[in-house]
Write a protein that binds this ligand. Structure first.
Ligand SMILES: [Zn+2]
Ligand SMILES: [Zn+2]
Length: 75
């Protein structure tokens, strides 16, 4: 029998087509959305080919979130 982690991966439902076998999960912690590669493309996910991770349409816009600190000098 395959290890539990692999089984879970194979049973992971795709958030786009609702079929199992979704191997790409949203990179955002706490997000449970997973996709097949083709579905991620069709759904408009952000694909990071460097580390084979994706960000779902909800979270891709937060990719470049910048922490704005008030560093302005005062007189
Ligand atoms: Zn799919
Ligand atoms: Zn997400």
């Amino acid at each position: 029998a395959p290890p539990p982690s692999l089984t879970i991966c194979l049973l992971q439902k795709c958030s786009h087509c609702q079929e199992v076998g979704a191997t790409l999960g949203c990179y955002c912690k706490g997000c449970s959305l997973s996709y097949h590669y083709v579905c991620a493309v069709q759904a408009g996910c952000f694909l990071n080919e460097e580390n084979l991770s994706i960000k779902c349409p909800k979270h891709k816009h937060r990719t470049l979130k910048v922490i704005i600190t008030d560093q302005s000098e005062r007189g």
